[in-house]
Design a protein around this ligand. Sequence first.
Ligand code: AMP
Length: 420
Amino acid sequence: MSTFKAPKGTYDLLPPDSARFLAVREAIAAPLRDAGYGYIETPGFEDVQLFARGVGESTDIVSKEMYVFTTKGGDQLALRPESTASVLRAVLESNLHKGGNLPVKVWYSGSQYRYERPQKGRYRHFSQVGAEAIGAEDPLLDAELIILADQAYRSLGLRQHRILLNSLGDRTCRPVYRAALQDFLRGLDLDEETRRRIEINPLRVLDDKREDVQKQLVGAPLLRDYLCEACRAYHEEVRELLTAEGVAFEDDPKLVRGLDYYTRTTFEFVHDGLGSQSAVGGGGRYDGLSEMIGGPALPSVGWALGVDRTVLALEAESVTLDLPATTSVYAVPLGEQARKVLFQMAGELRRSGIATDFAFGGRGLKGAMKSANRSGARLALIAGERDLAEGQVQLKDLESGEQSALALTEVVAEIRRLLG
Ligand code: AMP
């Protein structure tokens, strides 16, 4: 062990388990790629004001959880706590929205940083794959994204995830609701901090997990009773589209989510095997965000799925992913001459597309064969001085244990044939 440990609230991804993480990222990305989403990558840090304005000063994410720092040049930056604001900033900055090709559909994959109280499923460094469709107001697009997330979870073999759905209204109806909710909340018996929250972000009070608060919230006005006609029709269409696609969802009139920028469609993917950190992903429509960060009106919708929690959900459902071994051939040289010949041959195999590893460090046969077995390779290529003198190598099938001699000149062709 070294003197150092991973910082609190973080953990390392290590082989072989890390392969599952990669597979989850890939499984979430695959349906997006197939649906026309292009890959986008933005910096891990941004001007702190982007998040203050884009995510909202009143959110926990910005007010309590951001890693903020001042650079040597005097810039105030923050590690990204989420990526939607960054993605929109990047699209606006590069004028992607001006090509007459709306919506701009992009997906990303990367680390996010939040100074949270760590527990199982809640980390200070975690990983999301996300998708954003920028610049179109179309219920089909909201539906598309929810369907693609559901498809990703299903392709991984998850079955116990649920989709919660709500509408948060728009600029017309939400303020009316907000005022009605504030009136109701001011009459309750709440602590100082929650009372403050009523004034800056009353919808978040609905999200309060404490039982004594939830008890008092029975009878609170619900947004769905305040939706304007346009929002109601929009939401109804999203619901119908999902139903027509056979994607099951539950209406959750109290789902508000922790970010300020959401309008209309909001949704969360939850998994019942995860305990208190049950949200595996979430998203929604954010029609006002572009203007909040100084851009033109660009109605948009997106989601972010948590990779860490998706892996935990797979564990909770005892789903084992069918991950093919990464190494197909393992080369075991015996002696100095064989090291050079097999090293060259390993290179040749790799160049012809066959994943090959090698027993480095001049190890003995026994130890090297152990590594060969552990690598998951189908075949071992073994050569000693005598084999080479006869112009051949030994090819061992690690599944059946069968071994046969093979002319050096035929190795690549024969291995290709065997591996199909
Ligand atoms: P949010 O941006 O808060 O809507 O989060 C979207 C998804 O990211 C959540 O559903 C989680 O899967 C994941 N997530 C958010 N915060 C954390 C965290 N602190 N640790 C691990 N995963 C997280």
